[in-house]
Write a protein that binds this ligand. Structure first.
Ligand code: NAP
Length: 318
């Protein structure tokens, strides 16, 4: 028995923590978010196509529900009672027509979230100018997913990021594999495109901060490190930190299609994924409006430090 007197203003002895649904939990960003959410005063529920793969990486208190964002019947139970839902799904790898499937999945998810009374969707998409007529299908599709959520009636925080610098990030792995293996690189012109990558730890800090924002309007928050640079400079900085001497020779004839083939030869990434990502490299991915990210109180590290952390994480990963 407690000696503590109960007053009318005391909170209930046991208040139910809000339920947070994490999709993409088996992916890189989602997987890194799991332990951070498990430290929060929330009840974590992960949606996974293969729950058995996740069981050993989550705490016993975390629920795992089987679900597929392309199967609307699986979303209703997954979203039941959910307060905040993270959408960190990337369909691109297995799909022939990822734009259509992205759209379909976002619509199913938004509809189920609305029906379940979800208060907020937090989505991580890609940087890039909406008005750019040459926006790659990959970035166009990432933006469309955000728009579907924002127009769904469920408050949506859409983060837009460029390359995530972290050991398990596919785009970082592509850069690492190429730079590690090729002393001389024939580079297409888009390696001069401006980009503003971001460290994985900063992405995670933004994703967490979004959960605790007061209720408000749906919004887009562009996030990035303080450094804008070209992809070529990014490769040079990675090589410098690894003590590698690398020559980049720029040729105009390497089309994105050929680059994808070339990537398939030298990297572990599949041809399809590599090609879609490469197509996106021609589009500048820079933060146009830093005010929204500044308001969240996260101060991203610079690219030099972000690469250092990613290399350290890679070295520590078996
Ligand atoms: N990595 C980057 O550099 C970067 C940069 C900017 C933005 N982003 C964004 O961040 C988000 C997460 O990226 P990531 O790098 O973590 O991706 P990732 O490692 O490829 O993970 C993708 C996740 O999506 C899940 N998924 C795929 N199809 C699904 C389906 N039909 N139903 C349910 N889940 C499905 C996968 O689960 P399975 O294990 O079942 O396949 C996996 O958990 C994406 O929206 C991406 O656009 C990433």
């Amino acid at each position: 028995m407690s000696n503590q007197p109960t007053t009318e203003s005391s909170p209930p002895a046991e208040s139910t923590p809000p339920v947070v649904l994490l999709t993409g939990a088996s992916g890189y960003v989602g997987g890194r978010l799991i332990p951070l959410l498990e430290q929060q005063p929330v009840k974590l529920r992960c949606l996974a196509r293969s729950p058995e793969k996740l069981r050993q990486v989550v705490q016993d208190s975390t629920d795992i529900v089987r679900g597929d964002v392309l199967d609307p019947s699986s979303l209703e139970p997954a979203l039941e009672g959910v307060h905040t839902a993270y959408y960190l799904v990337h369909l691109m790898s297995g799909s022939q027509d990822f734009e259509k499937e992205d759209r379909q999945a976002a619509a199913y998810f938004a509809q189920a979230a609305r029906k379940a009374g979800v208060r907020r969707i937090i989505y991580l998409g890609g940087l890039g100018e909406d008005a750019d007529p040459d926006l790659s299908p990959h970035l166009r599709s990432r933006h469309e997913v955000g728009r579907i959520f924002r127009e769904s009636g469920v408050e949506t925080i859409e983060f837009r990021a460029g390359m995530v610098l972290g050991a398990g990030s596919l785009s970082f792995q592509l850069m690492k594999s190429l730079t590690d293996r090729l002393p001389v690189m024939l580079c297409p012109r888009w390696l001069t495109t401006s980009t503003q990558p971001i460290a994985i730890n900063d992405v995670l800090a933004f994703l967490l901060a979004a959960k605790d924002l007061p209720p408000g309007e749906s919004r887009i928050i562009e996030i990035g490190s303080p450094d804008v640079m070209s992809y070529g400079d990014l490769i040079r900085e990675y090589a410098r930190q690894q003590g590698l001497r690398r020559s980049l020779i720029f040729v105009p004839v390497l089309t994105p299609y050929l680059s994808g083939l070339w990537l398939a030869l030298v990297t572990p990434a599949s041809f399809t994924v590599g090609r879609h990502l490469i197509e996106g490299l021609k589009n500048p991915t820079v933060v146009r409006d830093p005010q929204a990210m500044e308001a969240l109180g996260v101060h991203p590290v610079g690219v030099t430090e972000a690469i250092r952390q990613a290399i350290q994480e890679s070295d520590a990963t078996p």
